[in-house]
Design a binder for this molecule. Structure first.
Ligand code: SF4
Ligand code: SF4
Length: 474
């Protein structure tokens, strides 16, 4: 960067979204046009299609993606996960975090611009609705300053209604992920009166989405998003980012307006013609020419706009482009750094552990625990303990005749209620049974029981639990 612009640090004194009086300043970015924007539109619409359809796709009767926190049922790519699989969930989260860190160290904040739901909804759904109703940047600024006349009221009311309808649709899809699409469809058919609490939750979600996209907007990325705030520790001079080529843009004597007939090279001017289009198109209101900033979500809009300007003035494109600081200053091409190799090693180990655990994951899980607060009882020469059992069936077949066999020591198991135990496919069954052991079989006041679980004649699981007896055992 040229000395004169390099020393200008005044941009650090203000932020674009707060005015001189400390009040919120709304950004009215120019509508982006260009090859990156077109590609991002395609990626965004494919991701939106996936997001909106995933809860309604079923494989083997299982919802493709479901995160039913209340009932503790989770489906990932149609594979059901139970609270018993929580360790897998934790490892997959750690893999996600390490993967994202690696991706950020190498490619900066590309995730934010291309894949983040907040950016996709804001820039590709709500912002496009806004362009459609209010017009481009100049029209939006004019409308914001305009008195509340018929035109402004009509445009504002239309926008607020459309925004709320879209927010309501998003909230419904969000609910389908949480309570399952089957439940959502059933609730819709039965009407809000029958499910008032769910309907209120739906309205709250809708209002939250409306608030974010109508008012809070880029503040999510600047203030609320923890990933955005981690950029400072993750990025270095070798990370690829949306970057302004300050070496080329500033030249020897800085950027400068285009003057007809002027030989810019002769006067030492850089290629930046200071048109500020890159600033006007930025959805977070920053000037990328000040260097990598926390507010930049790598949306690529400034790349497209600057390329258009460069084409118009007959200079090479790419004054703003994906590049690392070292590429701009030292002309170094991208290569794996020691830090990236470290992340790759950790990530590979974690993925290996995860795959191993997936293979070791059992199809059936049985938990047998003492009924809380119950001690042993006597029935003649028998000592009796009472247990609660849980059998989780992660398979696609129903277990229609589940029995329990006491393997060690000698004794018997008697189900409470004497009913047949059935565990549905992808389901869970709870129950209670007594374990009776002859007193002379006990060699301590606390012994371990080995119990096997059968479906008809097939052993499906084994479990251990403790059995309490009297202290004065034989
Ligand atoms: S769009 Fe390009 S030429 Fe115009 S101000 Fe930005 S960097 Fe300079
Ligand atoms: S600086 Fe460029 S890439 Fe970053 S948010 Fe603004 S327009 Fe998008």
């Amino acid at each position: 960067m040229s000395e004169n612009n390099l020393n200008d640090e005044s941009f650090r004194d203000t932020i674009a979204t707060i005015d001189a009086k400390g009040k919120r300043a709304f950004i009215h970015p120019k509508k982006p046009v260009g090859r990156f924007y077109d590609r991002r539109k395609i990626v965004s619409y494919l991701l939106l299609l996936f997001l909106f359809s995933a809860p309604f796709i079923k494989i083997n009767g299982n919802q493709f993606l479901m995160f039913n926190v209340l009932e503790r049922r989770f489906n990932i790519f149609s594979f059901p996960f139970w609270p018993q699989d929580f360790h897998l969930f934790v490892i997959s989260m750690i893999i996600g975090v390490v993967g994202l860190a690696l991706f950020t160290v190498a490619f900066g904040r590309i995730f934010c611009g291309w894949f983040c739901p907040q950016t996709i909804f804001m820039e590709m759904v709500f912002r496009r609705i806004e362009f459609w109703i209010d017009g481009d940047r100049a029209a939006q600024i004019r409308l914001a300053k305009q008195e509340w006349d018929a035109e402004k009221i009509r445009k504002r009311v239309t926008k607020w209604i459309v925004f709320f309808i879209v927010s309501f649709i998003i909230a419904n899809v969000f609910l389908a992920y949480l309570i399952s699409s089957d439940s959502l469809i059933e609730f819709i058919k039965e009407g809000p009166k029958e499910h008032m609490s769910t309907f209120i939750a739906l309205l709250i979600f809708s209002c939250v989405f409306y608030f974010i996209y109508a008012w809070f907007r880029e503040q999510v990325c600047i203030i609320a998003c923890p990933y955005g705030r981690m950029q400072g520790v993750l990025l270095d001079n070798k990370s690829i980012n949306v970057a302004y080529d300050h070496v080329r843009g500033e030249g020897e004597s800085g950027r400068g307006k285009l003057i007809k007939g002027e030989d810019r090279t002769a006067v030492g001017k850089g290629d930046c013609i200071d048109c500020k289009v890159c600033v006007h198109v930025c959805p977070t209101g920053i000037d990328i020419r000040n260097g990598t900033q926390l507010e930049c979500v790598n949306c690529t809009a400034c790349i497209d706009e600057c390329d258009t300007i460069m084409e118009k003035v007959g200079l090479p494109k790419g004054l703003i482009r994906y590049a690392s600081e070292d590429e701009i200053v030292k002309k170094e091409k991208f290569k794996l750094t020691l830090r990236m190799k470290g992340y790759i090693a950790v990530l590979s180990i974690l993925i290996g552990v995860f795959i191993g655990m997936l293979f070791l994951r059992t199809d059936v899980e049985a938990t047998i625990l003492h009924v809380p607060g119950q001690i042993f009882q006597r029935e003649g020469n028998m000592i009796v303990n009472i247990y609660n059992f849980n059998v989780v069936n992660k398979t696609e077949q129903e277990f229609d005749d589940v029995t329990f066999k006491l393997i060690q020591p000698k004794g018997e198991i008697k189900l409470v209620g004497n009913t047949k135990v059935i565990v549905p496919r992808q389901g869970l069954t709870k129950g209670t049974f007594f374990v009776k052991i002859p007193e002379n079989e006990l060699n301590g006041d606390k012994i371990e029981l080995k119990i096997e679980v059968y479906n008809k004649d097939k052993k499906i699981e084994s479990a251990t639990t403790n059995f309490n007896g009297p202290r004065n055992f034989n």
